[in-house]
Design a protein around this ligand. Structure first.
Ligand code: GDP
Ligand code: MG
Length: 439
């Protein structure tokens, strides 16, 4: 990520002139960096052609901000890559929606199916889990523990060894009990790969899922593409979830998997905690891949508005992000409007507000500010961990702010995500400020 950004920055250093030759060098550098980030070589080569086509030097008026144009061209092309031009499945309330998870052992299926059940539960869907992994000893125990913690009903068997049978029984039982979302977790390993694929197809036939989701580990790099292809050849899946995006991997392999299978990414896993699941949004995902972060644009905007951000800028430079920082920035955002544009610059926030009208988004932001204002000074200046240690604090804040525990939880999730990002961009930001000072 840093390397791609460096390539663009280098070229646009004050004093360096941007000619066609320099541009060639830069495109080459960007492509190398993308391949290093595990993006498939053929995709990179296509990307290179598109960028060259988009950025036309002869047509550029003098004085055009070329750096911005090039950044935007790279960015847009990558966003296009993760856009599969296919609509993901949307469950409907009032009827059973069966979702089956597939993927290799260790990809994060069992963890993610509980996260997803919780996610739907929080949105008014009655959700439950079926453990059809009878291959790995302890698989059912793991699911049981997660589900119990999240208060999600589950089904499984310690004695039945036929996963198809368990899947069928579980789904039938929960359909009778009129659950909205029934998630079937499966095994990810067999003695033979073909056995795994056969089992997958048999379970699909038995439970007839409305959606099959493939779970992919962000860190598997280049092999993501062949893995996704092999699964897609064996059985249809209509969506992908990328896990462990909080790790060091840049997710280029995931992009290649999407491009190869034309399947939408629907969610990303951002940590081991139950709440670490986010709706996939192409822009922030690509920002992270490129290491530029839309945050850069936001910081510029905030600076131009001369809003109160002294404390926050200081914190960001140190990689710190307290709940108070979140509160201050929310109130700044309210001043900045139009909301949808500003929100689109903040990864995660754009996610949360996706599709919302400005009015609805403003109302949501206001409620988040009320939530912050119902906190004690100690809570505001914290990293939020004390809420996890003492969940009753959430109840108190919900009551004090006239909101719900779920909204408090969402605000804290939002904060945690930004805090992670602040930690990551500590160095980037220091550089950026230096660069801006020089311009
Ligand atoms: P399965 O074999 O596909 O069911 O994978 P599991 O759900 O058992 O997950 C394997 C490991 O990955 C566990 O240690 C999880 O805690 C971890 N894991 C899953 N998703 C994430 C994620 O988004 N971030 C991080 N950091 N770890 C994850
Ligand atoms: Mg598992």
């Amino acid at each position: 990520g840093r390397r791609i950004n460096a390539a663009v920055n280098d070229l646009t250093r004050p004093g360096s002139s941007l000619d066609e030759k320099a541009f060639e060098v830069m495109v080459k550098e960007i492509c190398n960096a993308l391949m290093e980030a595990d993006v498939n070589i053929k995709l990179v080569s296509n990307l290179r052609k598109s960028i060259k086509k988009t950025v036309n030097f002869e047509d550029m008026a003098s004085g055009t901000n070329k750096k911005r144009l090039i950044q935007k061209a790279v960015f847009d092309e990558l966003v296009k890559l993760v856009d599969p031009h296919a609509e993901p499945f949307k469950p409907k309330k009032g009827r059973p929606n069966v979702i089956m998870f597939v993927g290799l052992q260790g990809a994060g299926k069992t963890t993610t199916c509980t996260k997803l059940a919780r996610w739907y539960n929080a949105r008014g869907f009655r959700s439950c889990l079926v453990c059809a992994d009878t291959f790995r000893a302890g698989a059912f125990d793991q699911l049981k523990q997660n589900a119990t913690k999240a208060k999600i009903p589950y089904y499984g068997s310690l004695t039945q060894t036929d996963p198809v049978q368990v899947a069928r029984e579980g789904v039938e039982k929960f359909k009778k009990e009129r659950f909205d979302i029934i998630i079937v977790d499966t095994s990810g390993r067999h003695r033979q790969e073909q056995d795994l694929f056969d089992e997958m197809v048999q379970i699909q036939n038995a439970v007839e899922p409305d959606e099959t989701i493939m779970v992919l580990d962000a860190s598997i790099g280049q092999s993501a593409e062949s893995q996704a292809r092999a699964f897609k050849d064996a059985a249809h899946f209509g969506a992908i979830i990328i896990t462990k995006t909080d790790g060091a991997a840049s997710g280029g392999g995931a992009i290649s998997a999407v491009a190869a299978t034309h399947t939408p990414i629907v969610f990303i896993g951002t940590g081991e905690h139950m709440l670490d699941l986010e709706r996939f949004a192409p822009q922030p995902f690509i920002s992270k891949l490129l290491g530029m972060g839309d945050m850069a644009g936001l910081v510029e905007h905030v600076q131009s508005l001369k809003l109160d951000h002294q404390g926050t800028m200081q914190h960001l430079a140190e990689g710190v992000w307290t709940i108070r920082d979140l509160r201050d920035q929310l109130s700044n955002i309210m001043k900045m409007g139009p909301l949808s544009k500003v929100a689109s610059m903040i990864p995660g926030l754009s996610n949360m507000m996706g599709g919302m009208e400005d009015e609805e988004g403003t109302a949501k932001l206001k409620r988040m500010i009320f939530i912050c204002d119902a906190m004690t000074e100690k809570e505001l200046d914290s990293d939020g961990k004390l809420f996890i240690d003492q969940p009753t604090r959430m109840t108190r804040v919900a009551r004090g702010s006239g909101t719900s525990v779920r909204e408090v939880e969402d605000t804290l999730t939002q904060h945690r995500m930004m805090a992670k990002m602040a930690k990551r961009m500590k160095g980037d930001l220091a550089n950026m400020q230096r660069n801006q000072g020089a311009m």
